[in-house]
Write a protein that binds this ligand. Structure first.
Ligand SMILES: Cc1cc2nc3c(=O)[nH]c(=O)nc-3n(C[C@H](O)[C@H](O)[C@H](O)COP(=O)(O)O)c2cc1C
Length: 336
């Protein structure tokens, strides 16, 4: 039973930390004992919580706190990983002694694998949200840096199904189309990225704003679709209105699956013709939605050119420095 493994781990936590620290002082006498013991305590507390709740949220929270500004703040990742190896063995032996189901040994190993994976490749939050309304809204944060973790294509199919089944459309005309891209055509994806670069500022300064959202593992490109039932200027308005509805369903569907999203609506003139020609379209997308697993970082590599770009996101987080500030509620919402 889960509870046996949880309580065993909680009651033996202090003892385990002492044993690991004794083992580590043989390997590296200079190890900062106090800090390592404290960190190990956090990890063991989180692993016990994970066994209890049958998910890895507590552990992800601890791992996230090892990162600041996208960088891992550890003196020695190797030593830390050695310490986890010793810890894992001690827990396995403990579970064996108390005849705990091997399933929980595997769950402990999974926890250590997640720690190692995140230390090696950067923080990636792949925990599945509870899908209550508030959590979904909070998880729907603008994201522009992506983990290499593969996105299951079934998730993307399910997002598209959600749009098709649930998105409202006036007279069910659906005056838009969605093109889905993975990385199977890197050249075309690079062209999208170039087209989504902000142009030089009017003062002639080089604008370094790159929309790395569109380097996500998957992107949905929303275009107007003319079925010749709307007048041209009506079509433009209604298409974009409905694209907005569809876009938000896609975003919420993605976050409900533990994925992250990034919006992009900036397209420059410089690459417009080439984009239209190579994508065989008459207009640029109304908007693009990047979808993938979030990676905390200041930069994003373009896998096609291998060039690393500084990513920038604007957010409505009230406790973060913002470039774009929403008007006050009373300035745009009133009871009449
Ligand atoms: C239609 C639409 C287009 C957007 N286009 C861009 C864009 O081109 N570049 C960008 O950095 N952010 C873009 N954003 C992101 C918004 O700035 C973002 O939603 C806002 O900063 C709130 O982010 P938050 O939910 O993380 O707080 C766009 C958002 C929407 C809804």
């Amino acid at each position: 039973m889960a509870w046996d493994s949880v309580s065993l781990l909680r009651t033996h936590k202090t003892k385990i930390v002492k044993q690991v620290m004794a083992g580590m002082s043989n390997i590296s006498p200079d190890i900062p004992g106090e800090k390592c013991s404290r960190d190990l305590n956090y990890i063991l507390t989180a692993i016990a919580d994970c066994l209890e709740s049958n998910n890895q949220k507590s552990l992800m929270y601890v791992i996230k706190n090892y990162f600041r500004g996208g960088k891992l703040r550890l003196q020695s990742v190797d030593l830390e990983i050695q310490a986890y190896g010793i810890t894992e063995n001690i827990i396995h032996n403990l579970f064996d002694r108390y005849k705990i189901d091997t399933l929980y040994k595997q769950k402990v190993t999974d926890c250590f694998d997640v720690i190692k994976e995140n230390f090696k490749n950067g923080y990636t939050d792949t925990t599945y949200p509870d899908n209550n309304w508030t959590q979904m809204l909070e998880a729907k944060k603008q994201c522009a840096t992506w983990s290499d973790k593969k996105v299951d294509k079934e998730y993307i199919d399910s997002i598209l199904d959600d749009i098709h089944k649930h998105c409202n459309s006036k007279q069910n005309k659906v005056p838009y189309e969605i093109k889905v891209m993975d990385w199977s055509n890197p050249e075309l994806r690079d062209l999208l990225f170039r087209h989504a670069r902000d142009e030089e500022t009017p003062e002639g300064k080089i604008n370094t704003h790159f929309n790395t959202q569109v380097l996500a593992p998957y992107v949905l490109l929303f275009f107007e679709r003319d079925d010749e039932t709307y007048e041209r200027d009506v079509l433009h308005k209604i298409s974009n209105l409905e694209i907005g509805l569809s876009l938000q369903i896609a975003a919420l569907s993605a976050v409900s699956k533990g994925l992250s999203i990034g919006f992009c609506k900036c397209f420059n003139d410089k690459d417009r013709n080439e984009f239209h020609k190579k994508f065989n379209v008459h207009s640029s997308p109304s908007v693009v939605l990047g979808i993938g697993y979030y990676k905390e970082s200041d930069t994003q590599i373009n896998p096609y050119t291998n060039v690393e770009y500084t990513s920038s996101i604007s957010t409505s987080d009230l406790d973060k420095e913002q470039w774009h500030i929403k008007p006050a509620m009373k300035d745009y919402i009133t009871y009449v």
